[in-house]
Design a protein around this ligand. Structure first.
Ligand code: SF4
Ligand code: SF4
Length: 386
């Protein structure tokens, strides 16, 4: 009944100042589970969407919202993580600003995600590190790199071994990675479990088929297709670029993980020690993964830099950029280390690469990366309910 025949003209000019629906400062207010302002605004917006129904079909959010007329705090958290931020529903909305209803679903749900992610951080005292992820990332990366440079400077090189192990022994490198990774695995498991218990439907039955369908949604990024014609990556024009770059990033991370597993198999099962030749499987997998990550993060940063700020918030954009820059630094420092592993700069390159890798491991629960688990849970719940 509210449908329009053609998309409206552009709502916002690049650089135009829009009065924020609520300011980034509101993230300091109580978590929305306890009735913060964000929950009130999200209910107002989604109640209008539930009556309107024009955007059903863009993604799973609107159908899921119509199955949840009460819009409880758990419903809002689920809908926020189901939203992939494709922006279609902003540029198609006849009630978007400057209309007096001021409907801005992507921005509202972005704020909900930020509230929800901060509320599920474990331990809760670390929520500040998540809210200020750019500063946390900068401090951790420089601290870890300085620690590694100090260790390399203090420890005597071992002339009896080759490659990286000459300046840092394998057990030391393993411990430096395992300690932050174990802590992060514990923090992620607790946070994701609390989120699952908070948002799961009553009598949820997770079968292998449900997991398989949810996995397809993750890999194919069905909610970033805009129902088929793509997303509003930068402005009101449609494109599939953002989805493809995300899939490239996912593939790059998968290849890098496969490289690590292969190297572990070589070392522990076959007794073949690193460094491996350029044509070996771990190096080929790691190099292709690193190139894919570097390419995808550069593309996503460029899209974000060119994109309209209206559908998101400054703090969300900063958190996104921080994670993309960190992943870019991991990939490019790894590639630089591969190129320079026989050179005099090897020790410096090793400290830089290990420093950003350790920071990445430590930041998994306290950066935008944490959303991956919440989104997978949201997609599993969606598959259970459909
Ligand atoms: S975003 Fe706008 S057009 Fe879309 S369902 Fe909500 S109110 Fe309707
Ligand atoms: S921004 Fe995209 S994914 Fe999010 S609610 Fe709107 S249409 Fe759905």
């Amino acid at each position: 009944m509210f449908k329009v025949k053609s998309p409206p003209p552009p709502l916002f000019q690049r650089g135009e100042k829009e009065k924020p629906l609520f300011t980034d400062k509101e993230h300091e207010k109580p978590p929305f589970e306890k009735g913060g302002l964000g929950g009130f605004e999200a209910r107002r917006v989604l109640n209008i969407c539930n009556v309107c129904g024009y955007c059903n079909g863009f993604c799973d959010v609107f159908d899921a919202a119509q199955r949840r007329p009460a819009l409880t705090a758990a419903d809002l958290a689920h809908l926020a993580h189901l939203c992939h931020g494709c922006r279609n529903c902003l540029y198609s909305c006849q009630y978007a600003p400057p209309h007096e209803f001021a409907i801005n679903v992507p921005r509202t749900l972005t704020q909900m995600r930020q509230h929800s992610d901060a509320a599920h951080i474990w331990p809760p005292a670390f929520a500040g590190a998540f809210r200020h992820s750019a500063m946390t990332t900068l401090l951790l990366t420089s601290g870890a790199t300085a620690l590694l440079l100090g260790l390399i400077w203090l420890l005597e090189p071992n002339p009896n071994v080759r490659g990286f192990y000459r300046v840092l022994s394998l057990p030391l490198m393993v411990w430096l990675a395992v300690i932050p990774l174990s802590w992060s695995a514990l923090a992620l498991a607790i946070g994701w479990r609390r989120y699952w218990r908070f948002t799961r439907p009553n009598a949820a039955l997770v079968t292998w088929r449900i997991l398989w369908l949810a996995l397809q949604d993750v890999v194919l990024m069905r909610n970033l297709r805009g129902g088929g014609h793509g997303c509003n990556d930068i402005d009101e024009r449609f494109s599939h670029l953002r989805r493809r770059l995300h899939q490239g990033l996912l593939a790059g991370l998968g290849l890098s993980f496969a490289a690590t597993l292969t190297a572990m198999f070589y070392h522990h099962a076959l007794g073949w020690n690193a460094p491996y030749s350029i044509a070996s499987i771990p190096v080929l997998l790691g190099t292709s993964g690193g190139i894919a990550i570097a390419f995808a993060t550069t593309g996503l940063l460029a899209l974000q830099w060119r994109g309209d700020l209206t559908p998101t918030t400054r703090s969300a954009r900063t958190a996104n950029s921080t994670v993309l820059l960190l992943l870019w630094a991991v990939a490019t420092s790894g590639l630089a280390l591969l190129i320079g592993r026989e050179s005099a700069a090897m020790a410096l390159l090793l400290a830089l690469h290990l420093g950003v890798v350790i920071a990445l491991f430590a930041l998994l629960p306290y950066s935008k990366l944490v959303h991956a688990g919440y989104r997978i849970i949201a997609l599993v719940i969606e598959r259970i309910e459909r």
